[in-house]
Design a binder for this molecule. Structure first.
Ligand SMILES: NC(=O)c1ccc[n+]([C@@H]2O[C@H](COP(=O)([O-])OP(=O)(O)OC[C@H]3O[C@@H](n4cnc5c(N)ncnc54)[C@H](OP(=O)(O)O)[C@@H]3O)[C@@H](O)[C@H]2O)c1
Length: 253
């Protein structure tokens, strides 16, 4: 059994708590958070907000804001323990060298209220030596069928790509919902389209899957859309992406 302590209790670590509690190979033995949390979510797992009260564990998982990882890891006692972070963009060496360092990056989007299936989530691991890498592999396999070793440099690119396909796409949903609100149309009308767009990318390349007025270079439709858009920010985004798409795919009419 691999004993784990979760440091921070935001989106990622609260999901990890649930995933580990359903696994037979790993157990969370303590949760730390700098501020109080709802203890009902912990299922009797001991909680502390004092770093001096941390127990002995095999792996310490820091699930806190990227910018705080370095200074937070400096505050951990120097005990040659395996301390990992869960960030996509932070390099392994942002962690203090006071302990053994590693990365346990879950390539998925987590919101506290949304359950996710861990089995399919790629877990990108990194460590400074083979023994720690093996331990992280075992820990990852306890909750997922997809554990891969990825260096800090490659993980940074993976995270960048993830920002485009997840965060930016989600922002497009936001723009879509704002446009519909102006005419009191339900966002639900777009759900089948959103589902199909995500689904067809499983078999087609992004380039093959691309459709729309910019790809067809339908100039009149593009002008009409720009006229309909009220927000200057939305106009800017529309123009920028349309220009890119036209350049990549646009045919002369
Ligand atoms: N959310 C995702 O979809 C996702 C996916 C993959 C990887 N990650 C990575 O996972 C990590 C955690 O992200 P998250 O979304 O779970 O974060 P989150 O929900 O925003 O939670 C942030 C956590 O960080 C703690 N924190 C912030 N600043 C701190 C500081 N200076 N000292 C100590 N604790 C501090 C917060 O404590 P308080 O409660 O006291 O404020 C809270 O527990 C990040 O590295 C992120 O890049 C996130």
């Amino acid at each position: 059994m691999i004993n784990v302590i979760l440091l921070g209790f935001g989106n990622v670590n609260s999901h990890l708590l649930r995933a580990f509690s359903e696994s037979e190979e790993a157990a969370v033995i303590q949760v730390f958070n700098r501020s109080k949390i709802d203890l009902n979510t912990l299922n009797d797992i001991p909680f502390t907000s004092q770093l001096s009260e941390l127990k002995d564990a095999d792996v310490y998982i820091i699930g806190i804001a990227d910018d705080a990882i370095a200074s937070f890891s400096e505050k951990l006692a120097n005990q040659n323990k395996l301390v990992v972070h869960t960030s996509g963009s932070a390099a392994i060496d942002v962690l203090s060298a006071n302990n053994r360092r590693g990365v346990f990056y879950l390539l998925q989007t987590f919101s506290k209220q949304q359950k996710v299936n861990f089995q399919k989530i790629p877990i990108c691991i990194e460590a400074e030596n083979k023994t720690d890498l093996k331990l992280l592999q075992k820990l990852g396999k306890a909750i997922s069928n997809n554990v891969v070793e990825v260096s800090s440099i490659k993980r940074a690119r993976l995270h960048l790509a993830a920002v485009f396909v997840n965060n930016f796409v989600n922002y497009m949903y936001q723009i879509g919902s704002e446009i519909l609100k102006e005419d009191e149309l339900s966002f639900n009308l777009l759900q089948p389209l959103i589902a199909e767009t995500a689904s067809k990318i499983k078999t087609l390349s992004p380039s093959e899957a691309q459709t729309g007025p910019a790809k067809r270079n339908d100039k009149k439709t593009i002008e009409k859309h720009l006229h309909l858009l009220e927000s200057e920010a939305h106009k800017k985004i529309y123009k920028l992406i349309t220009a890119q798409l036209t350049q990549k795919y646009g045919k002369e009419l």
